[in-house]
Design a protein around this ligand. Structure first.
Ligand code: ZN
Length: 253
């Protein structure tokens, strides 16, 4: 790691302010400050729900049963989360020409809610539903979600618009993500531990053609040991609030 110019926060701000094409890559840690529960680890959702309910083959055979879990996790009392300062800073960076593109592994739609537009949702989003029979995509409204299981006018079952276990990554999001990584000269990784492939290859591509990597994670990750130039051991919202001030100070924005 190269942290020889001032504090790590200042070194990170130098990289971000000095880049001409910045990519942000976010994972569950960026939404943790909005209160979203994680899937794995202590207190994770898989301690309470059956992981098979998000496997595509199981869903095809038992859609109503799977929808009970899907509704509870993604559209039930847990819904209604709001963007936090990390989402807001990234949206502001895009608006002011500091950030070129954002790749997220999250399916919560919070980057879009915060105002980000140049976003690839690598694992899809829960804000849409797609018919398993005819492919029609519709907005995931409360009325549609209430049916058990939600069904299309054609009689097919609706599936949430995010990637299930055993399903391929949405092709367009994948292409946009790797294209953005191919042109980026710096990447800020936020709240992703780099264990889920192929998503974790996105920041690695930036590094492979000489780009610098800033990483924001509470604990060291797969990235820290391999591609990170500046590691900020912090929560996402706190780190982004501080970086926002430092970067804007350097750019006069
Ligand atoms: Zn249909």
């Amino acid at each position: 790691m190269t942290q020889d110019c001032g504090t790590p926060l200042e070194a990170a701000a130098d990289i971000i302010a000095g880049s001409s094409c910045l990519l942000a890559f976010t994972g569950a840690g960026v939404s943790a400050d909005s209160g979203l529960p994680t899937f794995r680890g202590e207190g994770g959702l898989w301690g309470r729900y059956d992981e098979r309910h998000l496997e595509i083959d199981h869903f095809r055979e038992h859609p109503a049963e799977c929808w009970e879990t899907i509704r509870a996790i993604f559209y039930g009392t847990g819904a209604g989360f709001q963007p936090n300062d990390a989402h807001r800073v990234l949206a502001g960076w895009e608006r002011d020409g500091i950030l070129d593109f954002l790749v997220t592994q999250n399916i919560d739609g919070l980057h879009g809610q915060a105002g980000s537009r140049a976003v690839a949702e690598f694992h899809g989003s829960c804000s849409t539903l797609r018919c398993m029979r005819c492919g029609t995509a519709v907005e995931a409204t409360a009325a549609r979600i209430a049916a058990s299981p939600p069904c299309c006018a054609c009689g097919g079952v609706f599936k949430p618009g995010f990637t299930f276990f055993g399903e391929a990554i949405p092709e367009r999001a994948r292409e946009e993500s790797f294209a953005a990584a191919g042109r980026a000269d710096a990447c800020i990784v936020i709240g992703s531990t780099g264990t889920v492939q192929p998503a974790a290859s996105v920041p690695r591509l930036v590094k492979s053609h000489g780009g610098a990597v800033v990483e924001v994670n509470p604990e060291p990750s797969e990235f820290t040991r391999s591609i990170t130039d500046v590691f900020l051991p912090m929560g996402a919202a706190e780190a982004l609030r501080t970086l926002d001030v430092l970067v804007r100070g350097r750019l006069g924005k």
